[in-house]
Design a protein around this ligand. Structure first.
Ligand code: ADP
Length: 372
């Protein structure tokens, strides 16, 4: 715990066990005097959050690849008249690392406390979490949590959703799109995790899963590893940035020698992803590097998701399409490809909307579940 606080350059000013009257209402919070260097948002000053000043609240979304944790801390900065409750965000590559962190951070937990849990791991690891942490497990439905988290963030974090404009410079690339809560519905939420879920959200309490695909983030890390030997998502993205997919993909130009004018397809359009890897039909030696495979793979998956999202949007007549899930990682190639696909398939009518806390929607929803 101390190591954590020190590593975040935070100062501990008191252990919070002072002036409360009963043991159950006694403060079990450490009060910070500076905002952390790690990601957080300030929770609104609503009655449902007031008790979080006294005791922390933790929620975890355990998916097919990553564990996402959100948890509260309290910060009382000098000069401010009252403490604020912060919601902190942290992800882990596996359940063991997540458990270790929970044990260190949630020091004063008791068997009366509950860990909010969602995702497949809320079932798979329920017993491990219960016995290792000695707290209750409060499970919430994964899709319901996604929607609740998305709804909370859109309504309470002004700069949560944004569009991406690749051609712009620097900060101009990101245009924040706050939306009034009465205008947000209906919308599509395309959650790109290990796999993909497409949800049509009609209101806070009404949604349906209208589609999905197995070709998502898991495909990128899985096939990416087989093609490049890299085991690391960030390294794969880095390679994709350096890659040239034209060494791997068959373009319209490779077939037509230029544009396919009758269909308005430019020479640069990908006609066949990985088409050049077929040694049997090509008399040219393949000169592709791992970086080129990574780029081709990222484009193939992102293009496909963008097109699928827009086709579902058209089919259900929904113009507002949000993308969530940790596959995106605010990466320029991914956001550019998704944005392009949405614009292209909607004939310029729609824009792809991204979320700042893309991978944490489920965890935030689970966090909110028993607070209202
Ligand atoms: P899930 O709940 O299924 O684990 P997530 O929304 O957490 O889904 O997204 C998982 C996907 O995020 C992975 O399949 C991978 O494509 C991508 N990803 C982003 N960052 C990482 C990382 N550091 N390690 C592994 N995968 C990552």
């Amino acid at each position: 715990m101390d190591e954590f606080l020190l590593s975040q350059n935070l100062r501990r000013v008191c252990n919070g066990e002072g002036d409360s009257t009963t043991s159950s209402s006694r403060s079990r919070q450490i009060i910070l005097v500076e905002k952390p260097q790690t990601p957080y948002i300030v929770l609104p000053s609503e009655s449902r959050f007031h008790h979080l000043i006294q005791r922390p609240h933790f929620a975890v979304d355990i998916g097919g690849t990553l564990c996402k944790l959100v948890y509260t801390t309290v910060c009382h900065e000098e000069g401010s008249d009252r403490p604020e409750v912060l919601l902190n965000f942290k992800k882990f590559l596996n359940i063991e690392m997540c458990l270790q962190f929970l044990k260190e951070e949630w020091v004063q937990r008791t068997e009366e406390d509950s860990l909010q849990c969602t995702g497949g791991g809320a079932y798979k690891y329920a017993e491990t979490l219960r016995s290792e942490l000695g707290v209750r497990i409060a499970r919430t439905d994964e899709m319901q949590s996604l929607i609740q988290g998305c709804d909370f963030l859109l309504n309470n974090n002004e700069d949560e959703s944004f569009t991406y404009h690749h051609e712009a410079e620097g900060i101009e690339k990101y245009q924040y799109k706050p939306i009034a809560s009465d205008l947000v519905f209906p919308f599509l939420l395309v959650n790109i995790g290990t796999g993909i879920s497409i949800l049509k959200v009609n209101s806070q309490s009404s949604f349906e899963r209208i589609g999905g695909s197995s070709m998502g983030g898991g495909t990128f890390i899985g096939l990416g590893h087989m093609l490049t030997k890299s085991n690391d998502f960030d390294e794969l993205l880095f390679m994709a940035e350096k890659g040239d997919h034209r060494k791997v993909d068959t373009l319209v130009a490779d077939i037509y020698g230029g544009d396919y004018e009758a269909l308005n397809l430019s020479s640069e359009v990908i006609a066949g992803s990985f088409g050049k890897c077929n040694k049997f039909s090509s008399n040219q030696e393949l000169t592709a590097r791992p970086e080129d495979f990574a780029k081709s793979l990222l484009l193939m998956i992102s293009n496909n998701i963008g097109q699928m999202a827009m086709l579902y949007g058209n089919r259900y007549n929904v113009k507002r399409i949000y993308f969530g899930g940790f596959f995106i990682r605010k990466h320029s190639i991914t956001m550019r490809t998704l944005s392009y696909a949405i614009k292209f398939w909607s004939k310029g009518e729609c824009e792809a909307l991204f979320m700042k806390h893309e991978g944490y929607l489920g965890a935030v929803g689970a966090f909110m579940a028993n607070l209202s």
